[in-house]
Design a protein around this ligand. Sequence first.
Ligand SMILES: *Cc1c(COP(=O)(O)O)cnc(C)c1O
Length: 395
Amino acid sequence: MPGFELFGPEEKQEVADVMENGFTFRYNFDHMRNDRWKTRDMEALLCEKMNAKHAHLVSSGTAALQTAMAAAGIGAGDEVIVPPFTFVASVEAVFMAGAVPVFAEIDETLCLSPEGIEAAITPKTKAINLVHMCGSMAKMDEIKAICEKHNLVILEDACQAIGGSYKGQALGTIGHVGCYSFDSVKTITCGEGGAVITNDETIYNHAHMYSDHGHDHIGNDRGAEDHPIMGLNFRISEMNAAMGLAQLRKLDKIIDIQRKNKTAIKNAMADIDEVSFREIPDPEGDSAGFLTFMMPTEERTVEINKKLAENGVDGCFYWYVNNWHYLSNWKHIQELKSPADLPITLIKDRPDYTKVSVPKSDAIMSRTISMLIKLSWTEEQIAERIANIKKAFGQ
Ligand SMILES: *Cc1c(COP(=O)(O)O)cnc(C)c1O
C-alpha cells in the first residue's frame, strides 16, 4: 500500500518547483506563482484518472470526510450508518458533524453488508459511510439498490482503496460523494492530504467553500470574495499537492505492482486447506493493497498470527485486537470521551455506544488477518516470504 516506497526524483522535482518558482498557497497570488498550480493540477489529474467531474483536495482524509458530509447535507441529528471495522476517522467525522453514527454489520467483503445496512435503517437515516476497507470494495449493486429505495446518501470512504474499481467505475465515484486519503502510509501520499470526489455540482461547490471558510472562489481578489456559507480551513498546501501530483502519476504503476505481488502470495496460499480468502465482489477492481484471509476459528487465527511473526512474515494485521480499527477496542468512542461535550450529548435517544452488538462482524474479524503488500519486494524476497508463510502454517 505505501506509495512512499517509490519516492524518487519526480516528487523532489515537483516540491522544488513550488519552492523555486511557485507559492505555497493554493489560491490566488497570481503575480507570485509563475503559473504554478499544483493543487489544481492534481485535482484535474484525479478527475481524469477516476473519470469524475469534480475533485477537491483538502488537508487530510479525515478533513475530506468531514467536508463531504457537510457538503452532502449530513448534519445535526442525522443518522449515518457506519461499519465497526474501519479506521476511527470514518466514525469521528460523523460525531463532529453533529450526526449520529449507527453501527451495522459487515460481511466477508470486510465492508458494510447489504443486510446489515437494511437492518440499521430508521426514519432518521440520512446516509451510509461505506468504507472500502483494505483495498477492496463492498457489494455495490445491492447496496446502491437499498440506498436508492430508502433515499440515502452514499458516502464512499475510499481512503484505503484508491486505484480500485467496481465494474469499471473507480471506487469513490460510485456513490454521491467519495473520499481519498493521502497521508504518509496510504497508496499514494501528499505527506498529509485528502480529496473529495463527486459528479454532483452542488456537493462540489459546497465542498470547496466549506473547506475554505465559505469562500466562493470567484474572481482573483481573495478579500473581495463572497461567503455564501460558513466553513473551516481544511486547505491543502501547494507543497503537499506537489508531492501528491508526482505520486498520482505513479498510481497505475503502484496498482500493477501490488496486483502482481499479491497474486504471487495468494496463489501460494491457495492450497492451504484451512485458509479462505476475503470476498471480493469484483476481483478485477481489487487495488491489492492487502492480502486478507480467514482462518476456521478464532483460536487458530491467534496462533497463526503469532507464528507468522515468529517466522519473520512482517506487515500482518490481526485487526480484531487492533487499537485503531475495530469498535470493541474503541473505549473512547463508546464512552463519547471528548474534552468538551459533543453535539450528540444533546440527543436524548442516542444509541448507547457501550452496548453496540455486532456478532456477525465479531465472528468474521476474530478470524481475519491482513498482510500489507509492499511495492519494493524483489522476486527473491517474495519467494522467501512465501517459504516463511508456509513454515508458519507447518508446511
Ligand atoms: C487513513 C484513513 C482515513 C483518514 O485519513 P487521514 O488522511 O489519515 O486523515 C479515513 N478512513 C480510512 C478508512 C482510512 O484508512
